[in-house]
Design a protein around this ligand. Structure first.
Ligand SMILES: NC(=O)C1=CN([C@@H]2O[C@H](COP(=O)(O)OP(=O)(O)OC[C@H]3O[C@@H](n4cnc5c(N)ncnc54)[C@H](OP(=O)(O)O)[C@@H]3O)[C@@H](O)[C@H]2O)C=CC1
Ligand SMILES: O=CC(=O)O
Length: 284
């Protein structure tokens, strides 16, 4: 079965190559079309527009930067909506529930099926097929997509109504962004107060707050190495969207609000395209 794939950034590239490696036929599209070339070397076909991809494939996955990209690919000329009748559309981008619901309603109105399926996990888990998939929406489409999800991820959750996957993803990333800032302050405090921050990493790793993110990011942060796995601009977008969800639900989130300010500061320093761990530089 042919799967469509829209958006070949850090995540989309790894996910689409993974699908090809596991024997799926994949037709790709990216706004900057030249980024399709590398995926073609792995066996993909190219569609000239999102509509052309949807027309060719039974279902199409999207992995796009933010709400405005997700909306544009669906609603603009030559977009997904033009060919969605009788087809499935799975948006794996991290967006807010409102965006996802808007896309879902438009697709349903045109006779298509919609599933949101944002993922937890970064570049390496995407390359290794170890993402965590947070799906919600059309249950039959979820079941149809499970063979692809089993390649892309290590675990898939079906969370219910469209919007619930988006919200779960934002809650997870709100926690992650807040943790990253506390971690970064700890590394800086250790260093400035005369401790060896490398020893801090060992101590943290042996205790109850040991976690994969500290283990993975700590050594590269100490080397000021911020090659983007998860771009900082996307982490700040997730904090912003999570804070809006907090507003809607009257949940006070002072820790997340402070973390968001730190990511905004990092963006203002021109660090948005680096890894989100570059927020560490705002303390220098
Ligand atoms: N990187 C990570 O660790 C993770 C990222 N995510 C989420 O996944 C999504 C993708 O992330 P990632 O791959 O890192 O991001 P990238 O910035 O690497 O890629 C973004 C993609 O979106 C496309 N895009 C941006 N704006 C538009 C637009 N207006 N119209 C059409 N296409 C557009 C880009 O196209 P072009 O090449 O032309 O710029 C590119 O294909 C984001 O929502 C992110 O929050 C989720 C989990 C982990
Ligand atoms: O969205 C980012 C991630 O690491 O998950």
């Amino acid at each position: 079965m042919e799967i469509g794939f829209l958006g070949l950034g850090i995540m989309g590239k790894a996910m689409s190559i993974n699908l090809l490696k596991h024997g799926f036929k994949v037709t790709v599209w990216n706004r900057t079309l030249s980024k399709c070339d590398e995926i073609v070397e792995h066996g993909a076909s190219v569609g000239e527009t999102p509509a052309a991809v949807v027309k060719k494939c039974k279902y199409t996955i999207a992995m796009l930067s933010d709400p405005s990209a997700a909306l544009s690919v669906v609603f603009d000329k030559d977009g997904v909506l033009e060919q969605i009748k009788g087809k499935g559309y799975i948006d794996m981008s991290t967006v807010d529930a409102e965006t996802s619901i808007k896309i879902s309603e438009a697709i349903k109105a045109k006779g298509g099926d919609f599933l949101e399926a944002p993922v937890s996990g970064s570049k390496k888990p995407a390359e290794d097929g170890q993402l965590v998939i947070l799906a919600a929406g059309h249950k039959a489409l979820y079941e149809e997509a499970l063979p692809a999800f089993d390649v892309i991820g290590k675990k898939s959750f079906f969370l219910g109504e469209v919007g619930d996957g988006a919200k779960m993803k934002l809650v997870v990333n709100m926690v992650m962004g807040s943790m990253m800032n506390a971690f970064s302050e700890g590394l800086t405090l250790a260093e400035k107060s005369g401790l060896n921050p490398g020893t801090l990493l060992d101590v943290l790793d042996l205790g109850a707050i040991s976690n994969g993110m500290f283990k993975l990011k700590g050594p590269s942060m100490l080397k000021k190495s911020y090659a983007p796995a998860f771009p900082l601009k996307h982490q700040q977008k997730d904090m912003r969207l999570a804070l809006a969800l907090g507003d809607e639900n009257a949940v006070p989130m002072p820790v997340a609000a402070a973390a968001n300010e730190a990511f905004k500061k990092a963006r203002s320093l021109g660090l948005g395209d680096l890894d989100f761990s570059a927020v560490h530089e705002t303390l220098k």
